[in-house]
Design a protein around this ligand. Structure first.
Ligand code: G4P
Length: 526
């Protein structure tokens, strides 16, 4: 049994974060590099998840490997400078933004990874908005500085203009993009010189020099860095911990994930500046102190992670107290006990039995068929954490079993996909249980659903596209009016929401004009 003060001390050692970026910005490479620095894996390089190569430690499904995208989310835990770092993996593809959103509900900080040549891309901006909404502090990493790209000051302007966050660089590059020599450590004024190692496969060489030595060594490149850093100072672009935690500024660092340059500095920044696991508000807005008895919530449910273990895992973020394997917790949604005999720490294909976890950690509960995304678990004092809102679906398809004798499997599969949040399942009396509608944020979610119905649930399906692209929340009293409108359909979602579907915003506007006062609210992420 751990004392409350031990729990507090452990929570303070935790840094739980995710990397948000646009596909190809280098998230998988950075993940590998971080893990390498923490020496949990021997050698990085040629392991980041692209087609035709060995998968990353963070990807697992055949589809993912074939397409080279990361669909699922898992957690990587390692120790660095006596701090426990929990890196939650997020899918890079825009079609899985809903998954990413759920992961972001479980982190305390985010690293926004930006390709130096491309700047802030669409997916990065979308995820940034989610972080801002949730008040998650953001550390910015400008990646791929080893390649020709934008100018550093231009990138800072872009961050300020597009995110509204004042960039406060901690390091500043020495050498233009494409000629990455090292960084100026703006806090100490020292030069950190990077040396390449073969293929970036091992930790890059790093040496510190004072300004005079740096000037002798790098000449103009050093003077430019000092000059530009001075300009930032004039604009007050200096790190301020309170402003960072309040989401007004973002510390920035420059690096090259593929060469392992700057990775060490990122880890130090996480340890020194990123927030530790703190008390989380429950559904009533009351804080559950971190040293209260165990509590947590499910932010991700996943099945079939590995063909060798066809099971179902619920990923729980620990919010308070000590979690010990085997403890019986209460499932807030049903009030039923849940035995945690099979608790695991999961990252990619690797699983390890977990015996203890503290606030900030992620526990994978095996065979958790009763648990749904957003569910709370606790011991002793009951608590419910706020539900994780769902995205508005923009793509819709009717799904049917190809073979009516497989109807039982079909129903089981659909209910499972719904539970996991792979797709949203929408139903109506009119369509019946045999032909529900699937709603998705991105069409690739349908491919995952179809693949799993065919292969995992042994219920081959056919999917048929529906001509809707917009969903609005409505109330039961408006069903009759909406039912009489052409090309409008009302369906109910398993969280109890009633969704009215429209082909486009003109159709929606037409219906709104026709029925003044009608309830058609946007489904916002909050
Ligand atoms: P993602 O997970 O964000 O989608 O990106 P990923 O790490 O897979 O990286 C995308 C591409 O960018 C990869 O190249 C990777 O090697 C490259 N990359 C990542 N970080 C850096 C960096 O700091 N500098 C440079 N120059 N490249 C970087 P690829 O062409 O898809 O694969 P490969 O043939 O290079 O292995």
């Amino acid at each position: 049994m751990s004392s409350p003060s031990e729990v507090l001390a452990q929570a303070r050692r935790r840094r739980t974060f995710a990397v948000i970026s646009h596909p190809d910005a280098g998230k998988s490479t950075l993940t590998e590099a971080l893990a390498l620095h923490a020496r949990v894996i021997g050698q990085a390089g040629a392991t980041h998840g692209k087609a035709g190569r060995r998968g990353t430690v963070s990807d697992w499904m055949t589809m993912e490997r074939e397409r080279g995208i990361s669909i699922s989310s898992a957690a990587l835990q390692f120790e660095y400078r006596d701090t426990v770092i929990n890196l939650l993996d997020t899918p890079g593809h825009a079609d899985f933004s809903e998954d990413t959103y759920r992961v972001l509900s479980a982190v305390d900080c985010a690293v926004m990874l930006v390709d130096a040549a491309k700047g802030l891309e669409t997916q990065t901006m979308k995820l940034f908005e989610v972080c801002r909404h949730r008040g998650i502090p953001i550390i910015t990493v400008i990646n791929k500085w080893d390649r020709p790209g934008n100018e550093a000051l231009e990138l800072m302007d872009e961050v300020l203009e597009r995110t509204g966050l004042l960039p406060t660089p901690l390091t500043w590059p020495v050498g233009d993009s494409g000629d990455f020599r090292g960084v100026l450590d703006r806090r100490t004024g020292q030069y950190i010189k990077f040396t390449r190692t073969e293929g970036g496969a091992t930790i890059a060489g790093e040496e510190r020099f004072d300004a005079d030595a740096a000037s002798d060594m790098e000449g103009q490149a050093w003077s430019t860095a000092v000059e530009e850093s001075g300009l930032l100072e004039l604009e007050d672009q200096q790190h301020d911990q309170d402003a960072f935690l309040a989401g007004r500024t973002t510390p920035v660092m420059f690096g090259s994930a593929v060469l392992n340059f700057g990775v060490h500095q990122l880890l130090d920044t996480l340890v020194d500046l990123a927030p530790y696991a703190e008390a989380r508000p429950d559904s009533d807005g009351e804080l559950r102190p971190v040293d209260a008895p165990f509590s947590g919530f499910v932010f991700k449910v996943q099945a079939g992670m590995d063909t060798a273990h066809r099971d179902r895992l619920a990923f729980v973020r620990v919010c308070s107290g000590l979690f010990t394997r085997g403890m019986v917790v209460t499932h807030a949604a049903t009030g039923k006990p849940f035995a945690t005999k099979y608790a695991q720490h999961v990252f990619g294909r690797d699983r390890e039995v977990i015996d203890e976890a503290y606030p900030g950690d992620v526990v994978g509960l095996v065979n958790a068929s009763a648990l749904r995304v957003g569910d709370s678990l606790y011991v002793d004092k009951p608590v419910s954490f706020p539900p994780i809102p769902t995205f508005a679906p923009e793509h819709f398809m009717v799904i049917r079993a190809k073979d009516s004798s497989k109807y039982k499997q079909f129903r089981r599969g659909i209910s499972q996909l719904d539970h996991e949040g792979v797709v949203q399942v929408l139903r109506s009396d009119l369509r019946g249980d045999q032909a529900p509608v699937l709603g998705a944020v991105g069409p690739m979610q349908f491919e995952v659903a179809e693949d799993r119905m065919n292969n995992e649930f042994n219920a081959p399906v056919k999917l048929e596209r529906l001509d809707f692209s917009l969903a609005r929340r409505t109330t039961p009293d408006w069903i009759p009016q909406l039912g009489r409108e052409r090309s409008v359909e009302v369906l109910s979602r398993s969280d109890g929401e009633l969704l009215a579907l429209f082909s486009d915003r003109w159709r929606l506007a037409g219906v709104e004009r026709e029925h003044p006062g009608i309830v058609l609210e946007p489904l916002v992420v909050s």
